[in-house]
Design a protein around this ligand. Structure first.
Ligand code: UDX
Length: 470
């Protein structure tokens, strides 16, 4: 987050200085490399470091001296009670405060980290000023959450839908306005706590939108329709929008579950019960169990002693990030049912091995990390598509032949139906009742006229004719 933000400011022409506590990371970025994989980030960094607009400094003192606006991009990991752990951000604020002690000019410190409403003004500001021995007239604070998604960080950082800044000090407001003048994105100024809450609301709302689609997917399976048709119908309403209505095995990633839980917990700490947001995590867990049940159902007998191949382990496509990936509970649930599980991912296997090493022996002994797709599919009763990597979508007939039962449970509805037919694969699509579940027996309308009359009758029982269709 810090790196993408810094590189984006530099690209927009703002002289930018970066600092990280880890010396190797500073050296990597200074040499024009990204310390992790993210599409387009390395090229952006390299260009800006060469042009001299992005400079990695060796101390916080130097950063505090040279930058008039300083962004704190520190982790806020989850605690077991759902609250966030503020220790890293408190420690960072104290360190920066000490560095600011030697600076005479006015400085604005902006909290980029995801923090619960009130943190910037009641925790970060006081920590900074105490350590610096200065007052609010010399050090102002602001909150500016980031909305970067993995895999599209560069685009999100360069052209955000909006920039949200929570700031109250008038001098700081002017500074923020001039800083963001180079972005064409709308700048939304508000109170710091409102900006902090906006981040939680954005992620909770998106998670809720996915969960809504996920519940719809189970209903769609039962009535014999494709949830994507419903998502298309719903998402074409511009008030709703199509994005984040893709049903799947549940959402993963480091942000959604942590933020939804912290949001609900923070509201509870203020005496407010968020019932809708409070249901997001249980619905998500239920969807993952549903995904597992679709896989189990395809294993002959009770599922015991069968073999399942899980294709794709990351929490979404384009990353090797396993955090909160639904592949992990799916593997655990299958192993708990006695299923032998073979897993494959073109980039996330290394991280998966590390995760597996920490699991109970009952899970470890049932799970094999396959080096190739062929190895994963060999003799399998069922395969499940958890991440739609292009190589999986280019399925060959030879792969179907390797399986004991050529069945693919497509948890993302990404596998081309025509291809499944061409390669002799039975395709079960999550959320698509046409392929996997018999539609309920309802009398079918015989003609178009009859159909519209039926619709009319539903819309307004006493009226007849097209005007009754509402
Ligand atoms: C998210 C937010 O999008 C981003 O704004 C925030 O700053 C960080 O958290 P990220 O976790 O990188 O970003 O991934 P995202 O693309 O939002 O996907 C999260 C999860 O939801 C993935 O597991 C993805 O597969 C799933 N998802 C997403 C769905 O199941 N259906 C959808 O329609 C969209």
């Amino acid at each position: 987050m810090g790196l993408a933000t810094a590189a984006a400011f530099a690209r927009h022409g703002v002289p930018t200085f970066g600092y990280d506590v880890v010396p190797e990371r500073r050296a990597t970025v200074r040499a024009g490399h990204a310390p992790f994989h993210e599409d387009g980030l390395e090229a952006l960094i390299r260009g800006e470091v060469r042009r001299g607009r992005l400079t990695i400094v060796e101390s916080l003192e130097e950063l505090a001296r040279r930058a008039s606006v300083i962004f704190l991009c520190l982790p806020t990991p989850p605690r077991s009670d759902g609250r966030i752990d503020l220790r890293p951000i408190r420690a960072g604020a104290r360190q920066l405060g000490r560095a600011l002690a030697g600076v005479d000019a006015f400085r604005l410190v902006v909290v980029k980290s995801t923090v619960v409403p009130g943190t910037t003004e009641s925790v970060v500001g006081p920590e900074l000023r105490r350590a610096a021995g200065k007052g609010p007239d010399q050090i102002a604070v602001a909150a500016s959450p980031e909305f970067l998604a993995e895999g599209r960080m560069v685009e999100d950082a360069l052209h955000p839908d909006r920039v949200v800044v929570g700031v109250s000090d008038p001098r700081a407001v002017r500074l923020v306005e001039s800083l963001y003048a180079c972005f064409e994105s709308p700048l939304l100024l508000m109170a710091p706590a409102a900006a902090e809450m906006t981040k939680y609301v954005a992620n909770s709302f998106l998670a809720m939108k996915i969960s809504f689609a996920n519940e719809l997917s189970r209903f769609s399976e039962q009535v014999g329709i494709d949830v994507d048709d419903v998502a298309r119908g719903l998402g074409s309403d511009r008030r709703v929008g199509r994005r984040f209505l893709d049903a799947g095995p549940g959402f993963g990633g480091s942000c959604f579950s942590k933020d939804v839980q912290a949001f609900v917990r923070s509201a509870r700490d203020h005496g407010v019960r968020l019932r809708l947001a409070g249901q997001v995590m249980p619905v998500n867990d239920e969807q993952t169990r549903h995904a597992t049940s679709l896989i189990l159902r395809e294993i002959p007998g009770t599922g015991r002693r069968g073999t399942a191949a899980i294709l794709g382990l990351a929490f979404k496509e384009g990353t090797d990030d396993l955090r909160e990936s639904r592949a992990l509970p799916i593997v655990e649930q299958l192993a708990a049912r006695g299923v032998s599980v073979r897993v494959h991912d073109p980039v996330a296997s290394v991280k998966f091995r590390a995760w597996l090493a920490d699991q109970k022996p009952s899970v470890r002994r049932r799970v094999t990390v396959a080096a190739t797709v062929d190895e994963a599919l060999d003799g399998a009763d069922v395969a499940a598509l958890q991440v739609p990597w292009p190589e999986y979508l280019a399925w060959s007939r030879a792969w179907s032949k390797r399986m004991r039962h050529p069945v693919l449970v497509d948890l993302r509805r990404a596998f081309p139906i025509e291809r499944a037919k061409a390669v002799g694969l039975r395709l079960v699509r999550l959320g698509d009742g046409r392929a996997s579940v018999e539609p309920p027996r309802v009398p079918r309308a015989r003609s178009a006229a009859r159909t519209s009359a039926t619709v009319g009758a539903f819309a307004r029982p006493t009226a007849v004719g097209p005007e009754a269709v509402g």
